[in-house]
Ligand binder design. Structure first.
Ligand SMILES: Nc1nc2c(c(=O)[nH]1)N[C@H]1C(S)=C(S)[C@@H](COP(=O)(O)OP(=O)(O)OC[C@H]3O[C@@H](n4cnc5c(=O)[nH]c(N)nc54)[C@H](O)[C@@H]3O)O[C@H]1N2
Ligand SMILES: Nc1nc2c(c(=O)[nH]1)N[C@H]1C(S)=C(S)[C@@H](COP(=O)(O)OP(=O)(O)OC[C@H]3O[C@@H](n4cnc5c(=O)[nH]c(N)nc54)[C@H](O)[C@@H]3O)O[C@H]1N2
Ligand SMILES: [Mo]
Length: 819
């Protein structure tokens, strides 16, 4: 057993392994200072809620308090390992400023109220609006951080009970493009790959994905392969020198917003060198000829100019990807939050289709998720889609869902695509949505162009309900605030990126009168007297396990079939991958191994969209294109980002994450080790740009776009020239209120109100900006972490380290294990 400072050493100690071997176990444990393992009364099974990796862990409980966490050795996902947020983030649960009572706005101020009064207000306003205007007055904006049981209940209430089409999740900002890209290529959501593909791959390609900081345990698995015999080659596509880029065999650092050109360049080489599995393509795909024509326009020299990457590097990346027998690819926000998001992500699918690399060990394709439970938002229909990946434009699917819910098919809105959140904001702005119920998301920090969002959410005619665990920036604008119980205080399941379902059990009581989100939805359904078509209560369950059983029936026969999973089966051992049925009782490691897709016209979730306009493809068109349900190769031409650098705004602005914080920091900002590691916003600029602008490490700068400005201290890094990076974690809850006229520090003061036409995912990763000096520093470096993509070029910046409270026990292999 060794103790490691896991703030300084993010990924922990290496446990090297060779291709085809089992990834060794290493159990990571962190207990609060002064607590010894013998002091722990019980260990309660759960999984991480601070990213999509699904790291299984046990929560240590002493008395009625959480006192630590320990990785679960038996779990297929993490083999005992935990990341920094997993290890330290749980402390936020016990923050003294948790919401403990409902709040209602009286004479302009939020004051404490009873549940009776708060829910009474929500229900009264809902009924009034239904009467006056009908269900289109109601909007629900949910999250990727609740549990499956909660989303399913919300979907039943909103779609089946109230009949509104205005239901979306913050998954729209997150992995709407993952879903969209899978729907375009395979006509259905669902990740084909498995994390075990890391154990077999010879080339691992990461497209716009800083896995090292955002799925640290999966990256530790890659690092362990890299440290072992016959390591894989790594290809990284990212404008920043992320830890992934530093470990890469080939690092392509394109200009932001040129992903489609770059992908077309790679595909050009694959076609030109005939690295295509023609037998596979002929048997299992449609659309090949169209792609060949399209990518002919993207020879490496031309792409090199568009993307500003060396043509030789592009050729080398293409050779690695084009000649390997086992290619694993992951895609995330560098692609998804860009203007041609779906078009770019689909080209990664195309590589796997062309090379016949789907459903075999080492050939994983992961259109990554971001949030811990985003998969469930999507599959349970809380992002506006229909539950169970049913197709809203297939009447038979709507009828089938109506059968499951015992409602009339006409009561389930399906006359048009579901309303995406940016459109919902527009409806609120115009006054047609009058009640907005926000759960577990903080749009006043996370949506683009914040001055606009603040003004929309503060409108008098809007009745804003916010269900949160803290008085977030968004909650501060609400008419009613509902205090929720969270992870560790309630029971439910959630599903990670590679379809692994985990159970998370209640470990401790929630603070004060806070209630599980599920109970809040159930209470609302009861007070609204929502009924099915026979007059019985619409929502027929009252516990998480009953909700799970109801969901299983809804998922029966669909791609995400949960019928073989139960709470009992999830207890004790490893999580289980869906589909899990009588035929596949242990779950399904990879999809599409037999070359058959969910794309059959009668079965598929979606007929797809036009990648340029976003218009849904008509059912007849789809059937003509793809009568046998093959994989669909969709080509796309590159178009430049809409906002390009100009003399006034000469740099490109990108935004994103650091390893130590989660989103708007409502949890990680309250975990001392994590907050200390990245206490303040910073801006990353290249050495070349710093010189041009007369900036030095630690100088106070102002970053300005046509939408606003932000102040941040400069960190001079190896980021490509012409690009500035801001982390988006820093709102203002921990510094009093926002100063309306002064410069803020939230990256989204600067971002643009635009989205990808197909997935409707907002563009957080391309805008034009200017960075100017406000005040020269005194030589003190910026507080950006040194262990990450923000590593300084200067060698005299003190390294990021933890303190006495950052020690983590690492117990390798054999003697470890949770059960
Ligand atoms: N530590 C931490 N981990 C997290 C989260 C967190 O907040 N903190 N959040 C979770 C969630 S919800 C999500 S969605 C994921 C996100 O995980 P990631 O997608 O890995 O994170 P980001 O930092 O948003 O963006 C990834 C990279 O995209 C690059 N990029 C920017 N523009 C472009 C471009 O035009 N082209 C290319 N190729 N790359 C570009 C950026 O330089 C950045 O390194 O992380 C999850 N895990
Ligand atoms: N500029 C820029 N903007 C971005 C991004 C970017 O890369 N750049 N990334 C986007 C992405 S990928 C994402 S996922 C979003 C994330 O953006 P948000 O979803 O707004 O971020 P969070 O801070 O996770 O907000 C979650 C809220 O839910 C509360 N909460 C936590 N647990 C519970 C619970 O169990 N119940 C309830 N009721 N509440 C709970 C938290 O206190 C917090 O207020 O941001 C997006 N915005
Ligand atoms: Mo996300």
């Amino acid at each position: 057993m060794t103790e490691v400072d896991r703030i300084a050493d993010v990924w922990g100690t290496r446990t090297p392994y060779a291709r085809g071997q089992e990834w060794p176990v290493r159990v990571d444990t962190h207990l609060a200072e002064g607590v010894a393992p013998a002091d722990v009364d019980r260990w309660v099974q759960s999984a991480s809620i601070l990213h999509s990796n699904g790291d299984a862990l046990d929560i240590a409980v002493r008395g009625d308090r959480m006192v630590g966490v320990r990785g679960r050795a038996a779990d297929r996902v993490n083999h005992g390992r935990l990341g920094p947020k997993d290890l330290f983030g749980w402390q936020a649960n016990a923050s003294p400023d948790r919401l403990t009572r409902p709040l209602v706005r009286k004479r302009g101020k939020l004051v404490e109220a009873s549940w009776e009064e708060a829910m009474g207000r929500v229900v009264d306003r809902t009924k009034e609006l239904l009467e006056e205007q009908g269900p289109s007055a109601l909007g629900f904006y949910t999250t990727g951080q609740l549990f499956l049981e909660e989303y399913y209940t919300l979907g039943v209430v909103a779609h089946g009970g109230l009949g509104t089409n205005h239901v979306d999740g913050n998954t729209r900002l997150c992995t709407a493009t993952a879903a969209a890209a899978l729907k375009e290529s395979f006509a259905c959501d669902g990740q084909p790959g498995s994390y075990t593909d890391v154990d077999h791959a010879d080339v691992i390609a990461l497209f716009g994905h800083n896995m090292a900081e955002t799925q640290t345990v999966l990256w530790a698995r890659v690092l362990d392969r890299l440290a072992g015999p016959n390591p894989p080659a790594v290809v990284c596509v990212d404008p920043r020198p992320t830890p992934v880029a530093r470990a890469a065999t080939v690092h392509l650092a394109p200009r932001p917003g040129t992903n489609v050109a770059l992908m077309n360049g790679l595909l050009h080489e694959i076609v030109a060198n005939d690295w295509v599995d023609h037998d596979y393509v002929d048997a299992h795909a449609v659309g090949y000829d169209e792609l060949v024509k399209r990518v002919a326009d993207y020879p490496p020299e031309k792409v090199a100019t568009i993307c500003d990457v060396p043509a030789a590097d592009l050729r080398e990346a293409a050779r690695l990807i084009g000649t390997t027998e086992r290619l694993m690819s992951t895609v995330l926000q560098g692609f998804y939050q860009s203007h041609q998001a779906t078009a770019a992500a689909v080209q990664v699918n195309n590589i796997h289709i062309l090379r016949g690399m789907l459903g075999r060990p080492g050939c994983g394709l992961l259109q990554m998720n971001g949030q811990p439970t985003a998969e469930n938002t999507r599959e349970a229909g809380a992002d506006g889609d229909l539950p169970g990946f049913r197709n809203w434009s297939n009447d038979a699917h709507v009828a089938d869902l109506a059968r499951v819910w015992n409602v009339d098919p006409m009561d389930i809105p399906h006359y048009s695509p579901p309303t995406h959140v940016m459109q919902m904001m527009r409806y609120v702005e115009e006054g047609s949505i009058r009640l907005m119920w926000v759960q577990a998301t903080n749009p006043a920090v996370s949506l683009p162009e914040l001055h606009r969002i603040r003004s929309i959410l503060s409108q008098k005619r809007l009745f804003l309900v916010v269900q949160d665990i803290f008085l977030s920036e968004t909650a501060q604008l609400a008419d009613v605030v509902l205090p929720a119980a969270t992870w560790g205080e309630k029971t439910g399941t959630f599903t990670n990126t590679d379809r692994t379902v985990h159970l998370s059990e209640k470990a401790v009581e929630p603070p004060g009168e806070a209630r599980p989100d599920l109970d809040i939805f159930l209470d609302f359904a009861r007070r609204m007297e929502l009924t099915d078509k026979d007059g019985a209560p619409l929502v027929k369950w009252s516990t998480p396990e009953e909700a799970f059983e109801a969901w299983k029936e809804c998922s029966r026969g669909r791609p995400c079939d949960y019928t073989g999973i139960s709470y009992g089966r999830l207890r004790g051992g490893s999580g289980i991958q869906w589909p899990c049925t009588d035929d596949a009782p242990d779950g399904t490691e990879r999809l599409y191994g037999d070359g058959r897709f969910f794309a059959d016209p009668q079965y598929c979730e979606s007929y797809g969209r036009d990648l340029v306009t976003g218009a849904p493809v008509e059912p007849t068109e789809y059937k003509a294109l793809n009568p046998e349900g093959r994989a669909i190769i969709k080509a796309a031409a590159y178009v430049p980002p809409h906002e390009l650098p100009s003399p006034d705004y000469p740099l490109q602005l990108i935004t994103g994450r650091t390893v130590y914080h989660f989103h708007t920091r409502t949890k990680t900002g309250r975990a001392p080790q994590l907050q200390a590691a990245a206490p303040e916003v910073w801006v990353e600029v290249s050495a070349g740009d710093a010189e041009l602008l007369g900036l030095h490490e630690g100088d106070l700068t102002e970053i300005t776009t046509p939408r606003g400005s932000v102040r941040a201290r400069a960190r001079v890094t190896g980021i490509r020239d012409g690009v500035a990076f801001l982390p988006f974690h820093y709102g203002y809850w921990d510094r009093g209120s926002h100063e309306p006229d002064g410069p803020g520090r939230a990256a989204n003061e600067l971002t643009i109100t635009e989205w990808d036409p197909a997935s409707k995912q907002p563009i957080f990763k391309t805008a034009a900006c200017r960075v100017s000096l406000v005040e020269a520093g005194d030589g003190t470096p910026s507080s950006a972490p040194t262990t990450t993509a923000s590593a300084p070029l200067a060698d005299d910046v003190p390294p990021t380290r933890g303190d006495a409270g950052s020690g983590v026990e690492e117990e390798p292999a054999t003697t470890g294990g949770t059960r």
